[in-house]
Design a protein around this ligand. Structure first.
Ligand SMILES: *Cc1c(COP(=O)(O)O)cnc(C)c1O
Length: 425
């Protein structure tokens, strides 16, 4: 059955979440399919940031640490993020970057394993994991005399052997949008005595996550993607309460001290997740991040992450169906799993030639997606489209596929200006 523009408009009219879009300032004439890379600005952010700058910083100055709760901000925002990832209050802090937080939790995981099972010398991860995760793991392997073993998704289960210390995975793959079964892989790892570290960069605010139910060990995630926290927003870190107090994390700064204002020369880690803070935290950025997290929490009264997930799947199903229906014969492949249980909130198309230029031609038309380079082998060049159900509607999906069809039918993407590479793709 073919889908029409009118069908898409009817889906928007019947969408119980459609008003959530009013929380955002979406540029005129833009269909923004890149919320998986940098979320749209919440409409509340400019005034809130201005207030932090002019009132809290400008007028109240140093007193704001107490008067405006600055000191508690990482935990306050962390508690809000916790509600989106199946964590409890006091288990998450919003702090530092994803890369830095990964360094902390992976270090803690390795320290835990080395105490109990020093013969375990491997970290297992996925070859197409986001590179920063692999770089951080490589650095720690050099430091600890360990080995990073990279496998394809279907090889993970058989790679969980007695030599492995940690299984480090990104829940939703940044290139393909493929989603792992967190609970099943965590159970499989634990059965072999292996700890798990999960990166939720493409999961938090995008798909339901239940770290507690999955019995995961450590998790980190990103503030500027589906949490709409702004460029370079603080990331977050969660540690299973069973482990939190067992080890110092390696970046033992004073914000992770049990009594930072005692100014004692000896480090004594704070109980709980607070010890995962290092130094003084960015208040302006945390205020913007809180605005972003609040845009996701606004769905709580409308069915929460389950409702957002249902809409996200409907959007990605529609996009896949329309691409098939309207762009057939143009050499597009699908890198994202069709199976709902294995799909995140993005759709990735492949094409042997011109993927970068097609994305550029779409951007020139106001349809913002992005391009991720392949490796010339198993992993192909990708046209990546993220669907944030908070602000993307079904008619947006229709128009984005229509633009894609026109770009392909006309050969517009072959124009030289669309074939010049920028520094950031
Ligand atoms: C986006 C992303 C990051 C980003 O890390 P930064 O430290 O914020 O630059 C890390 N890991 C994954 C899997 C990501 O998708």
């Amino acid at each position: 059955m073919t889908t029409t523009l009118q069908d898409c408009q009817a889906l928007d009219a019947a969408d119980p979440l459609r008003r959530l879009r009013e929380q955002f300032q979406i540029p005129e004439g833009t269909i923004y399919l890149d919320g998986n890379s940098l979320g749209v600005m919440p409409a509340s952010a400019p005034a809130r940031v201005a207030q932090v700058v002019t009132q809290e910083w400008g007028t109240d100055l140093i007193q704001s640490w107490n008067r405006h709760g600055w000191f508690q901000m990482p935990g306050k925002v962390g508690d809000k993020i916790a509600r989106l990832i199946g964590a409890g209050p006091g288990e998450v802090v919003a702090t530092d970057s994803t890369s830095v937080n990964l360094f902390k939790v992976l270090s803690a995981a390795l320290a835990m394993v080395q105490a109990d099972a020093p013969q375990r010398k491997r970290i297992v991860s996925e070859r197409s994991n986001f590179p920063t995760d692999l770089y951080i793991a490589q650095a720690l392997c050099r430091q600890h005399g360990m080995e990073l073993v990279l496998v394809e998704p279907e090889e993970i289960a058989t790679s969980l052997t007695a030599e492995v210390a940690v299984l480090m995975l990104t829940h939703v793959n940044y290139r393909t949008g493929a989603m792992h079964d967190m609970a099943a892989l965590t159970a499989a790892a634990h059965a072999e005595g292996i700890l798990t570290v999960w990166d939720l960069a493409h999961s938090a605010g995008a798909v339901p996550v239940d770290l507690t139910e999955a019995k995961a060990d450590f998790a980190v995630g990103c503030g500027y993607k589906y949490l709409n926290g702004g460029p370079g927003a603080p990331a977050f870190v969660w540690v299973n309460p069973l482990h939190t107090d067992r080890f110092w994390q390696p970046l033992a700064g004073w914000w992770g001290h049990a009594a930072p204002f005692a100014f004692t020369p000896d480090y004594r880690p704070a109980p709980g997740i607070t010890r995962y803070q290092c130094g003084t935290q960015p208040m302006i950025s945390l205020a913007a991040l809180e605005c972003g997290v609040d845009t996701v929490l606004a769905a709580e009264s409308m069915g929460g992450m389950a409702a957002l997930r249902a809409k996200s799947l409907a959007l990605t199903d529609l996009f896949i169906g329309l691409v098939q229906q309207r762009c057939a014969g143009h050499g597009l492949g699908l890198a994202t799993p069709r199976e709902h249980a294995r799909r995140g909130s993005q759709v990735c198309l492949t094409r042997d030639e011109g993927a970068y230029a097609i994305v550029q031609a779409l951007i020139a038309r106001g349809v913002i997606g992005d391009f991720r380079a392949g490796d010339g082998g198993l992993h192909k060049d990708i046209l990546r489209f993220g669907f944030t159900p908070l602000y993307i509607g079904f008619e947006d999906v229709w128009h984005s596929v229509e633009h894609l069809r026109q770009v392909l039918d006309s050969g517009e993407w072959q124009r030289p200006e669309f074939n010049r590479k920028h520094a950031v793709t």
